[in-house]
Design a protein around this ligand. Structure first.
Ligand code: NDP
Ligand code: VSD
Length: 325
């Protein structure tokens, strides 16, 4: 009897694997594709642009500071694999005026053709205790990290729908999967991207447009260095449990996932576990991912303590600090 059940399960899993190529999207060919990277002048965005260029893409870098854009353009150009490739720079604030964002997207489409992949990586972080963060900061983070991803997406989506192809990437964060001490202003702006990504994917799937949401861990960038200047001790201790990753590593992983049309993109072993643990009703884009969620999530829930450990240490620490004031 047991043997029959086991055989049935094995046959079922095999069947799932056999049909998986039928339900997965066709990978996007980056060679010759037009990729727009917001936040492409620094850190993770710059590495993503370089990774795409190495695979033959044409790139538009979007950010505000022109001198940083020019410098990044030079670095990206070094990754060329043929002499037809072009890097275009556009200076605009992605979070302020939708009309402006729409017009620069139009400009870059006129020069390099319709956008095949949009990477929403422009963003900023701030770490501090809730009552110590200036109220204005809650609004500005929501504007840059959330609206700054809505506007470029809105500006490319009509053409993508007409062409019945495209990729949209949102760069969230591990702090967009779990709320953590010190991130009361930042986390919500990254959680918001998940709601946007899930809803948009549901609308776009019939048009062969695939949405990817990336959840990077702490990554060695100028943005992280800036954030570290105000990071509370508790936040530092929790983050240290997950370590610091290099932007090139993040770029490789997230670009691969976007090309394949995977919805979730996590980096490293804890990223992987965190995604299984917080999968909720996010679209599952591979059979393996689905099976792993089923297998892993209950184990991880039992071991929620792994995450609770740094959280508990942090709460105890706060208690000691508060009582010694
Ligand atoms: N580094 C990390 O630890 C992690 C980062 N992330 C996320 O990844 C993204 C990139 O982070 P990181 O590489 O560290 O950041 P950096 O500060 O190194 O780079 C940020 C980029 O975004 C651009 N940018 C910022 N604000 C705007 C704006 N309003 N309009 C247009 N461009 C803008 C910046 O250029 P300019 O200022 O000239 O406009 C720059 O190119 C962010 O969304 C961040 O939240 C997620 C997880 C971890
Ligand atoms: C069983 C699973 C174990 C997983 C343990 C996870 C511990 C959480 C660490 C979270 C680190 C915070 C990252 C924020 C990065 C970020 O967005 C900012 N640095 C931006 O600048």
């Amino acid at each position: 009897m047991l043997l029959v059940v086991a055989a049935f399960i094995v046959a079922f899993v095999l069947l799932l694997y056999m049909i998986s190529p039928l339900i997965s999207p066709k990978p996007l060919k980056l060679n010759g594709a037009h990729v727009v990277v917001t936040g492409g002048s620094s850190g993770i965005g710059k590495s993503i642009a370089m990774e795409c260029y190495r695979q033959g893409a044409f790139i538009t870098l979007v950010a505000r500071d022109e001198s940083k854009l020019v410098q990044a353009k030079k670095e990206v150009e070094k990754c060329a694999i043929n002499d037809k490739q072009v890097v275009l720079c556009i200076s605009v604030d992605v979070s302020k005026d939708y009309g402006q964002v729409e017009s620069v997207i139009k400009q870059c489409q006129e020069k390099l053709g319709p956008v095949d992949m949009l990477v929403n990586c422009a963003g900023t972080s701030f770490s501090g205790k809730f009552e110590e963060v200036e109220v204005e900061r809650f609004r500005s983070l929501m504007e840059v990290n959330y609206l700054g991803s809505v506007y470029p997406t809105r500006a490319v989506i009509t053409t993508m729908k007409e062409r019945r192809m495209g990729r949209i990437m949102f760069v969230s964060s591990q702090a967009g999967q779990i709320g953590l001490f010190g991130y009361t202003a930042y986390s919500p702006s990254k959680f918001a991207l998940r709601g946007l990504a899930e809803s948009l994917q549901m609308e776009m799937k019939p048009y062969n447009i695939y949405v990817t949401i990336a959840y990077p861990p702490d990554t060695d960038t100028p943005g992280l260095a800036e954030e570290n200047r105000t990071k509370p001790l508790e936040t530092r201790l929790i983050s240290e449990t997950s370590g610091v990753t290099q932007p090139e590593q993040v770029a490789k992983t997230v670009v691969k996932d976007a090309v394949q049309g995977n919805f979730n993109s996590s980096v490293g072993p804890d990223g992987y576990m965190l995604s299984a643990l917080t999968c909720g009703m996010s679209p599952v884009t591979s059979i393996t991912e689905g099976l792993q969620q089923i297998e892993l999530s209950h184990i991880l829930y039992d071991y929620n303590i792994i995450i609770d450990c740094p959280k508990t240490v942090c709460s105890c620490l706060t208690l000691v600090i508060v009582n010694s004031d």
